[in-house]
Design a protein around this ligand. Sequence first.
Ligand SMILES: *Cc1c(COP(=O)(O)O)cnc(C)c1O
Length: 226
Amino acid sequence: MVAVRENLEGIQADIEQAAERVGRNKEDIHIIAVTKYVTIERAKEAVSAGITDLGENRNEGFLAKYEEIRDRASWHFIGSLQSRKVKDMIHQVDYIHSLDRKSLAKEINKRSQQTVLCFVQVNVSGEESKHGLAEAEVESFIKDLAAFEHIRVVGLMTMAPHVDNPADTRPLFKKMRLLRDHIQKQNFDHAPCEYLSMGMSNDYQVAVEEGATHIRIGTKLVGKEQ
Ligand SMILES: *Cc1c(COP(=O)(O)O)cnc(C)c1O
């Protein structure tokens, strides 16, 4: 497999160019290395290569890697999260990207003694197979989260459909940005909603052009080995 460092350099160069095309600052774009397909060793290699943020989509993988790496990285939970599993990971995780229902918010709020930074997941494409709230539900959902003292909505997250031409995802990413702007403008105390978690191996350049602050990259950065 290609060294993570080498992949990272290519991705950083792409990000820099994409940011420059639209007048954004590359420092505002965080790369989350998604390590769900790879070993703990490969995740450690990513950290040694300069990655500061790691993402996992299942409790088991998350906890196994967390045990070995701990505070050498910030931890992002990016997969759909079952309420009954919240208690096992809530003290280890730094960001949850998949808040998509009130029952989950309630459980997070109950199990944590401190503020949990969350992204609200939006199903912006409307595909049935995708998790997340419909665009029209997002604002009232976020308003209702004010009832949960430990939840802070730092942004919105989406997974775009996989398409052959990444440019086809642009309208969806743009919709996400406008929705983020709309929520952010309301200055909710519990929901500053400044971030946009969107863009994966296939479409991160378009996502950066459309305002992504957190891109989640697995295959293209650390590869796939499991
Ligand atoms: C797997 C996964 C990614 C990374 O996907 P790649 O295409 O391998 O970059 C990003 N976000 C989520 C939510 C994922 O499950």
